[in-house]
Design a protein around this ligand. Structure first.
Ligand code: HEM
Length: 133
């Protein structure tokens, strides 16, 4: 059970990273070249968020059976940082949905998802550090 969850959580990180990176790059290009906001752009925000939520659910279950349960440094550096990344995604997606014009949609998606990307990378870095330590 633990091994399977750890493997799933470990592999799923690549889906999370791929989707967030594509979303950030697409938002940056859209913002700089003043593109029209398309259905694909809206869908990328949704798919990235779903991928992260799946990762969080896997992580929460994994946490309960992991030797890292209750470890203050791991919880602060991995769990809390990963959960904060959800704030970036939700901020970007909510603001992008609220504003009317395309350029601002790209701008908010870019800001929120770039913040999330940095936090996800930090969370992965912390988990990798523990694995190597
Ligand atoms: C975007 C969100 C997240 C990403 C990208 C992510 C990524 C990772 C990665 C790459 C590992 C190392 C896997 C390995 O050693 O092969 C890991 C381990 C782990 N993560 Fe996450 N994680 C995320 C969120 C969470 C959350 C929200 C929790 C808990 C509530 C969590 C709990 C854990 C636990 C318990 C481990 C395993 C520690 C161990 O037993 O070695 N993760 N995570």
């Amino acid at each position: 059970m633990y091994g399977l969850l750890l493997m799933g959580h470990s592999i799923w990180r690549w889906i999370v990273l791929l989707l967030i990176v594509i979303t950030v790059v697409k938002a940056l290009i859209g913002w700089l070249s003043k593109q029209k906001w398309s259905n694909l752009d809206a869908r990328l925000l949704v798919f990235s968020r779903i991928a992260v939520y799946i990762q969080v659910v896997l992580g929460v279950i994994l946490y309960t059976v992991s030797p890292m349960y209750g470890n203050v440094q791991f919880t602060g550096g991995h769990v809390i940082v990963a959960l904060l990344s959800v704030g970036g995604l939700e901020f970007g997606a909510a603001r992008a949905k609220k504003v009317a014009d395309g350029v601002n949609k790209f701008k908010f998606a870019l800001i929120g998802f770039a913040i999330a990307l940095v936090l996800v990378l930090l969370a992965i870095g912390e988990a990798t550090w523990w694995k190597l330590a």
